[in-house]
Design a protein. Structure first.
Length: 260
């Protein structure tokens, strides 16, 4: 995570802390904020609210929503909760609305003791797994997968694909353990989106590799321009419609030609 993203996470963490100072009931505050347009904008790619600070954010929320006074969590719990929610939204490109459904403030507070000492990535994956693995098989799946993710941490950033891979190794069909049809559908769609994004990234990486070969080749200037134009058009169309077999054959033959 870069410096700017870390600052944004810290601002949201301090916002949650500030709610304790003002005595706002924590569960109500978190749900109100995470379901607000303010949270959506703050956790977007860019919005002016990101540079106004936690005091400004709290003032905006007070002016646009009804906050109630009541029981609060500790400063430490609230900072971790706000920071983790922001990290989740920014680094996993997830909406605040969906995050709060997966891990509401009650769930976050319940898991604070066990998760605040590990990385945000592992904490988020643990929370996702708790959400996905409810039921009789949930505890076993969570324990086994968590061990695997800890083991994999030394080699790659943990993500939903790590879970999917390990569940396949165990021959555990997570979808089959989910009894709620709506959750099954959501999980399957989530996996498909993850697969599509991985494939798209691999294809874009391949396109950039071909363009670099063209640039460093012994082709004359005119040939370089023509080939680069064709390859960039393939990339543009592929981002919308995917790669066709004919396009892959062309790129493969071009790669062979450039490597000679």
């Amino acid at each position: 995570m870069n410096v700017i993203s870390n600052k944004l996470c810290s601002i949201q963490g301090r916002l949650f802390e500030l709610s304790v100072k003002f005595g706002f009931e924590s569960n109500n505050f978190v749900k109100t904020y995470m379901n607000s347009d303010l949270a959506s904008k703050f956790n977007s790619a860019y919005d002016r609210s990101q540079w106004m600070g936690e005091e400004y954010l709290l003032d905006e929320l007070i002016n646009t929503h009804k906050l109630i006074k009541g029981k609060t969590y500790s400063y430490d719990v609230m900072f971790w909760m706000g920071y983790t929610y922001a990290y989740w939204a920014i680094n996993y490109n997830e909406t605040c609305l969906k995050i709060i459904k997966i891990a509401n403030p009650e769930k976050m507070a319940e898991n604070y003791a066990g998760l605040h000492t590990i990385s945000a990535d592992l904490a988020i994956q643990d929370l996702i797994m708790q959400h996905l693995s409810k039921g009789k098989n949930g505890a076993k799946i969570k324990e086994e997968v968590y061990k695997k993710v800890l083991q994999d941490l030394a080699y790659s950033k943990p993500g939903i694909t790590d879970y999917e891979k390990y569940l396949n190794e165990l021959k555990i069909d997570l979808v089959a353990t989910l009894k709620n049809d709506a959750i099954k559908k959501e999980y399957q769609e989530q996996l498909q989106v993850g697969r599509d994004n991985l494939i798209r990234k691999e294809h874009i990486h391949y396109i950039n590799y071909i363009l670099e070969l063209i640039e460093n080749s012994k082709l004359n200037y005119k040939e370089k321009v023509e080939y680069s134009y064709v390859v960039k058009n393939i990339e543009k169309n592929a981002l919308k419609f995917g790669f066709s077999q004919a396009q892959f054959i062309f790129l493969d033959s071009l790669e062979s030609k450039l490597l000679k």
